[in-house]
Design a protein around this ligand. Structure first.
Ligand SMILES: Nc1ncnc2c1ncn2[C@@H]1O[C@H](COP(=O)(O)OP(=O)(O)OP(=O)(O)O)[C@@H](O)[C@H]1O
Length: 675
């Protein structure tokens, strides 16, 4: 600072020799601050463009103030006094367009009444532990008059004796809403309940009961889930419920061939297509495939549209599936799924009665954003959510502000009461070793470990496999990079117990119901609270106890704490790992890391070669397609480089190369129906 002062203000310094160096510095600083303040105020005033107070007038005023005293504190004080005036609402008429950049008072978000005032799903623990409760158990399926015999017998087959709170709230409501005569159309519902609280049965039971007495087989219920694994899980639940009725359920997902699914969906008789199924469980992508490619796939009789993990499906575009579905569902111009909302006029209600599906949305992290929900054009929506009280005392935290709750419903992100949350602070470079040490120390036999990306999952699984070599613990990877079939096998092995730990990417964090997961580890702190809620929700399901542990670096701690705090959660207890144990395993860790480095290098060079091969093939392909047309200079160069990189390969045999067949949209193969 002294250097700066001497160089820039030598003259002043020489004149005012009576001041010490420090005092001079202070004075200059003060002047600079005042100048900055002046400039800032000038800017603010010019922005506001007050009609009766020009910038010059303000400058004069400032000068006068300066003359009164050089004290910067006083200047800032006067500034502070002026500020409230700026935010005071003016009673004057506002000239449109003249005040566009002026600061306006903050507008508070106001939720629609149905979101702000939900129906609360009461009920604490999912498991009945009370002895007296067991004797006079009103929740027992035998006591619930609204459950049909076939449902009770299916539930028994699933070893379910009581209904969970979300099921007790939602099932009778849907059954009653559907029993109303025309033109009373049931209100669409959104259900927000914790992970593992039994949401699947909450929509599956009423749908099966309401469709059980149908005469003609038509697609009357469509259940949409974000990933194939989830669709399979929900399909299994429907299959058991439908097995006691005449209803047919079908799974449409990328796990099967399109042609096989078409066979299962429809049959043709005298040129007319007939549906072979009543309930379709699918993913958005596969649904769009069938809407385009399956002739005769008709959704005009759709009575129920269930969107499970609704926030995930609404967040992603998924080939604009809702738009495609809309055109298949509507029968008249007004009955749009995504377009005009059905009017409340009696005659129009009567006309549209029974022609629009009853929409049922389910999620553990349902979006509060009315704009997103707007896309679905919900009819008079109703929200069911679980009771949720803020468990964190504000005094226990160093974060100053309480989360804003005014006019917002709380309970958006709820976790099961049986879940214990913990965290462990470690160094970034030691994370795999810490994880390994924890598994060894606590003897975990069924754990899931989530990473923020599929690549990290791959690398971590590799290191852990090396670390666990020779021990009875088996660890495998399960990520979106793998084929659906392999993922299914891994999950089955984990469920059987032949794999003890799965290292997963977040693609599988949602909805997957693997029984008896003891521990969910977050190897990396999740970036979003929703991800955290779904990850930890893989344990403590259906009333069982479970623990979630997050590995954090020093840097991760504050943002993670803030993220949890914003939804009224705390980080829980800290778990520590002995440094001695880490030191003990340092050698094998080092070897594992070296192995990983070697593998990564090998992969990198393999990828490079592969890239070149693809480039060369693409260039050759183009040459064949364009016939006599010569290659561009860039294409020639690409081919040349690729050939240089692959000396072992012979020169391309262009003429012998089969011409690639033009890709065609798959056409349904149908067997002729015997008369
Ligand atoms: N009434 C019940 N009694 C006992 N177990 C039940 C009951 N209802 C559901 N379950 C079991 O609870 C587990 C979780 O159910 P389900 O998958 O429907 O939860 P979910 O709320 O959809 O969870 P997520 O939000 O993670 O998808 C399943 O294994 C299911 O079989």
């Amino acid at each position: 600072m002294e250097l700066f002062t001497v160089n820039r203000y030598t003259q002043e310094h020489n004149k005012s020799t009576k001041y010490s160096g420090d005092a001079n510095e202070d004075e200059i600083l003060q002047k600079l601050l005042q100048k900055a303040e002046k400039r800032k105020r000038k800017h603010e005033i010019s922005e506001k463009e007050k009609p009766f107070e020009t910038v010059d007038a303000i400058e004069e005023k400032d000068d006068a103030e300066d003359a009164q005293g050089e004290d910067a504190a006083a200047a800032s004080q006067s500034d502070k006094e002026e500020k409230p005036k700026e935010t005071e609402p003016s009673n004057d008429f506002q000239v449109l367009g003249a005040d566009a950049s002026a600061k306006r008072p903050k507008v508070e978000m106001v939720l629609p009444a149905w979101l702000a005032h939900p129906t609360i799903i009461e009920g604490g623990s999912l498991l009945s532990t009370d002895a007296t409760d067991a004797e006079t158990d009103e929740t027992s399926i035998k006591q619930l008059a609204y459950l049909e015999k076939h449902t009770c017998s299916a539930l028994k087959q699933m070893k379910i004796e009581r209904l969970f709170p979300v099921q007790r709230a939602v099932i009778p409501w849907i059954l009653e809403a559907q029993s109303k005569p025309a033109p009373f159309r049931p209100r669409d519902i959104c259900v927000s309940a914790p992970t593992g609280s039994g949401k699947t049965l909450a929509f599956a039971i009423p749908i099966v009961q309401l469709l059980a007495n149908r005469v003609e087989c038509k697609v009357r219920a469509l259940v949409v889930l974000p990933v194939a694994e989830l669709a399979l899980q929900v399909y299994k639940v429907f299959s058991v419920l439908c097995s006691k009725t005449e209803l047919e359920v079908c799974l449409l997902s990328k796990q099967h061939r399109l042609e096989d699914e078409q066979e299962k969906l429809l049959e043709q008789y005298k040129g007319v297509y007939y549906s072979k199924v009543d309930i379709v469980v699918t993913t958005p992508g596969r649904l769009v495939d069938h809407l385009h490619a399956t002739e005769g796939f008709c959704l005009k009789s759709l009575q129920f549209l269930v969107i499970d993990e609704a926030d995930r499906i609404m967040d992603a575009v998924f080939q604009n599936w809702l738009y495609h579905l809309d055109s298949h569902v509507r029968t008249t111009a007004d009955q749009l799924l995504t377009g005009v909302q059905a009017p409340l006029c009696y005659q129009e209600l009567l006309n549209s009665y029974g022609k629009q599906p009853h929409k049922l949305l389910f999620s553990a992290t349902l979006s509060q954003d009315p704009e997103k929900l707007q896309n679905l054009r919900l009819f008079q929506p109703k929200l069911f959510t679980t009771v949720f009280t803020l468990p964190v005392l504000p005094s226990a935290l160093d974060i100053a502000e309480l989360p804003e709750q005014s006019s917002q419903f709380i309970g958006k992100y709820t976790t099961p009461t049986e879940l214990t949350e913990q965290y462990c602070v470690t160094e970034l470079r030691l994370k795999p070793l810490t994880l390994y040490t924890m598994v060894q120390t606590y003897g975990w036999k069924r754990f899931l470990c989530f990473t923020n990306s599929a690549d990290t999952a791959d690398r971590l699984a590799f290191v852990l496999k090396h670390l666990f070599q020779g021990s009875p613990i088996t660890v495998e990877e399960l990520s979106a990079n793998m084929k659906v079939g392999v993922r299914a096998r891994r999950l089955a092995d984990f469920a059987k117990g032949s794999i003890h730990g799965l290292v997963c990417s977040d693609a599988l964090a949602r909805g997957i119901d693997v029984p008896n997961v003891d521990i969910v580890l977050s190897y990396e702190a999740p970036r979003h609270i929703k991800t955290y809620i779904h990850r930890v929700g893989r344990t403590a399901r259906a009333g069982q106890k479970g623990t979630a542990i997050t590995l954090l670096t020093e840097k991760d701690q504050a943002p993670f704490k803030k993220m949890l705090y914003e939804v009224g959660k705390s980080m829980g207890e800290e778990l520590t790992v002995s440094a001695d144990v880490e030191v003990e395993h340092a050698d094998i860790y080092k070897t594992a890391l070296e192995e990983l480095r070697r593998r990564q290098e090998k992969r990198k060079s393999e990828m490079k070669v592969e890239k070149m091969r693809i480039t060369r093939k693409a260039a050759l392909h183009k040459q064949l397609e364009t016939g006599d047309k010569p290659l561009t200079l860039m294409e020639k160069l690409q081919v040349k480089t690729a050939i240089q990189l692959l000396p072992e390969e012979n020169a391309p045999k262009e003429k012998k190369q089969p011409k690639p067949r033009p890709t065609k949209m798959a056409k349904p193969k149908r067997k002729p129906i015997k008369k």
